[in-house]
Design a protein around this ligand. Structure first.
Ligand code: GLN
Ligand code: ZN
Length: 754
């Protein structure tokens, strides 16, 4: 019989129980036993929920106290030597994730194109692996003791090694496959001995461009592992298999999972290539977004697969683990019933998988109600006036290429801006935010609870802003900012003021460890109802004769950090947001703000997984930025900011943004990342960060001077600005004042030419 399955459930808990338990444990407010009890309770609750919903193939080992990649590192005994002195077990595990006084944490990076961050495995020359913890086996047995037979989930060996980093130059992580396989094989054998009949092995690198070495590693790994293992469900997601389809279908595994939400076009290819002894798991409920599934449409996909495979070789699943979805829509009391009827969170997605499975097992009549509700929601969403705003569409259709360009080229703008602002050489500025102290957070919380009124809260923000302006003047910065005290978050602040956006109360998704984010939801055409930032920027400008920089978040970043509609291309949603930001830019200019920064920290992370898709993405994302930025006169100076500087492969796009000034993060690499700008002969102005604001360390004047001198060798001094790496919201006032004082002094020394 065709089976319903799930690939992973969010572990954080409907009320973020895991987050709270972890933080209490880290603060020493509870002990390990308490933490582990809550973790076990969550696992049990989630297994039971899946069973109650009717999921037949329920995952285990999808739970993690911090991160599933770190779990595998611990299980395989690949603990970096600097943690070897730690007590084994829980403390070592958290030390790797979070660091200790003696040993810095392991690196963390984004999991493919999601906003989930994993702990990057570290490999050394002479790296050994040995089965060192029994978590996957223990959790399988734990579920079985509750009467639930699960399919354990493991990250596959090729993905695990591919995501790791070698700490020795001569070592290529994939070369460790021979060392890894015995330990990995033992783990699989023990799972089998414990009674597991299937395992889900996640190999999401199958959706990427693979090297020959990776392909060879796949062949070798699965030839070695398959004979020892339970039946393997080889799992890919986040993109189509593309040119890896032949490889994936030829490996000696019992089943293959494909993501048919991201890449529906791969179904016929895979159906054709799949050998007759393999099961196909079709991912047809979107694990990455919050929209309700069109059951009728996806049911047609099931039928297409069923007609080739028959009932025995088919499984129905979400596109990927539900880790990337919020837990339960039932908790959303603040969303109106119409909008709510369009949404599905992880719990509802389980029901959708089951409805699709029941429809093929027993006929649609058996789930007529679920199909009718889905059809009604699809129809209401398609025809609702809330999703389509004719004025926005007409405006977008009328955008001309001229709207995407400044009046004059940079060389002309630069002269006009020089005259207007008369800034010194090596002008100094900051990235926008100043310390979000506990006083700022408390005032906001009190305002939200209704304990202080709107006027009192606004007065408080004005006082903070004025203090910040005075501090910047006293330090001697050239271009000031207002400090961003009125904002909690650089996307939420704008989303709350845009039409077409909704906010959830409890739509938390794990970002890393105990951290969760609550992305806003774009459900309709986006438009700006009123100016969003002008009041604050104009107020701050009224306090000072120095130029006040207006602060905006760019359209690509707003898009990237939201749940976006799936009924039109992302590019179109992005252009709508760009128009709203363009209006804001023009209003700021009209209000006398001559320098405007449009932050795009998420531009790079939006890059598609496959290289062949990069050009199209960069085209529309650069256009969106230009649409937002180009509606101003030549003497208005547009800045942009990005929290990284790995630009070598996208320099054309960065230059095409045509921002007058770009600030980037370079201090941690000691300016090495500037190299991309040098070899590209980047024409506009650049502020390479000279202060690593992620560290509490206050850099000295000499430190920053040395970095600036290094930068001035790579980039013409006339092009250089002096600024920190990023915003200062996480820093304290004393360090900010000290470091900015040193920064201004460093800039002055360079100006003096000494
Ligand atoms: N302007 C924002 C700030 O200073 C930029 C934050 C970011 O780049 N992530 O906080
Ligand atoms: Zn930044």
């Amino acid at each position: 019989m065709t089976r319903s399955s799930n690939l992973g459930f969010p572990r954080i808990g409907a009320h973020r129980e895991l987050k709270k338990a972890l933080e209490r444990y880290w603060q020493g407010e509870s002990d390990a036993a308490r933490l582990l009890a809550i973790a076990a309770e969550l696992r049990a609750r989630h297994w039971q929920l899946q069973r109650d919903k009717g999921i037949e193939v329920i995952p285990s080992n999808d739970f993690s106290l911090y991160d599933q990649v770190l779990d595998l590192t611990a299980v395989l005994g690949a603990v970096p030597p600097r943690f070897a002195g730690e007590k084994a077990g829980l403390d070592t595990y958290f030390a790797m994730a979070r660091g200790t006084a003696a040993a810095p944490a392991m690196e963390m990076t984004k999991w493919f194109d999601t906003n989930y961050h994993f702990i990057v495995p570290e490999f050394h020359a002479g790296q050994r692996f040995a089965l060192s913890a029994r978590k996957p086996i223990d959790e399988f047995l734990e579920a079985r003791a509750l009467g639930i037979h699960t399919r354990p989930v493991l990250i596959g060996p090729v993905t695990y090694l591919s995501l790791g980093k070698a700490k020795d130059a001569e070592l290529a992580p994939l070369d460790l496959l021979d060392q890894l396989l015995p330990a990995y094989g033992q783990l699989l054998a023990e799972l089998k001995a414990a009674g597991a009949d299937w395992v889900q092995i996640d190999e999401p690198v199958l959706a990427l461009d693979l090297s020959d070495a990776q392909r060879a590693a796949f062949a070798k790994a699965y030839a070695a592992l398959a004979p020892l293992a339970p039946s393997i469900m080889l799992t890919s997601y986040f993109e189509g298999l593309g040119d890896n389809a032949e490889l994936a279908t030829s490996l000696p595994v019992a089943g293959l999972h494909i993501d048919l939400v991201r890449a529906p076009e791969q179904l016929p290819v895979v159906l054709k290539a799949l050998p007759a002894d393999k099961v196909l798991s079709i991912g047809i409920v979107d694990g990455r977004n919050i929209w309700r599934t069109d059951l009728a449409r996806q049911s047609a996909v099931v039928d297409a697969a069923w007609s080739v495979l028959g009932p025995e070789r088919l499984e129905i699943a979400p596109s990927c683990s539900l880790l990337h979805s919020p837990v339960d829509l039932a908790g959303e009391t603040g969303i109106d019933t119409e909008l709510k009827s369009w949404l599905a969170f992880a719990t509802q997605k389980l029901e959708e998988v089951v409805a699709l499975t029941t429809a093929i097992q027993q006929g649609r009549a058996a789930v007529a109600e679920a199909f009718a509700a889905s059809a009604a929601a699809v129809l209401s969403r398609r025809t609702s006036p809330r999703t389509s705003n004719p004025a926005v569409r007409a405006r977008l259709a009328a955008v001309t290429p001229a709207d995407l360009s400044r009046v004059s080229p940079f060389s002309t703008r630069r002269e006009r801006q020089k005259q207007k602002f008369a800034l010194p050489a090596f002008p100094t500025t900051t990235i926008g935010s100043f310390p979000q102290t506990s006083a700022v957070r408390e005032a906001r919380a009190a305002f939200r609870r209704g304990e202080i009124g709107a006027i009192a809260y606004e007065d408080f923000l004005k006082t903070e802003t004025e203090k910040t302006v005075r501090v910047q003047e006293a330090i001697g910065l050239d271009v000031l900012v207002h400090g961003e005290f009125e904002r909690t978050d650089m996307v939420e602040y704008f989303g709350e003021q845009l039409e077409g956006y909704a906010f959830t109360r409890n739509g938390w998704v794990q970002s890393y460890g105990s951290r969760c984010v609550k992305p806003p939801v774009v459900y309709g055409d986006v438009t700006r109802l009123a100016p969003m930032t002008v009041k604050w920027s104009a107020f701050a400008q009224s306090l000072t004769a120095r130029p006040m920089k207006g602060m905006l978040t760019g359209p690509v970043t707003i898009l990237q950090w939201s749940f976006v509609r799936d009924d039109q291309p992302r590019s179109q949603t992005c252009r709508q947001i760009a128009l709203a930001i363009r209006d804001e830019v023009q209003d700021l200019e009209r209000a006398g703000i001559g320098i405007i920064q449009i932050d795009e920290p998420a531009l790079r992370e939006g890059l598609p997984l496959r290289r062949s898709d990069w050009a199209a993405y960069l085209d529309w994302s650069v256009d969106a930025f230009r649409l937002a930025a180009s509606g101003v006169s030549d003497d208005t100076q547009i800045h942009t900011h990005m929290c990284y500087a790995e630009f070598s492969d996208i320099m054309d796009a960065i230059a095409a943004l045509d921002a007058d000034v770009i600030s980037i993060e370079t201090s941690r690499s000691d300016m090495e990342l500037l190299e991309a700008f040098t070899s590209f002969a980047y024409p506009n102005e650049i502020g390479p960060g000279v202060w690593d604001i992620h560290s509490p360390r206050v850099p000295s004047q000499a430190d920053m001077e040395a970095m600036l001198r290094k930068a001035a060798l790579a980039i013409a001094p006339e092009q250089l600005w002096v600024n920190p790496d990023c915003g200062l919201k996480t820093r304290g006032w004393p360090e900010v004042e000290a470091a900015l004082g040193n920064l201004v002094a460093a800039a002055r020394t360079l100006r003096a030419g000494t």
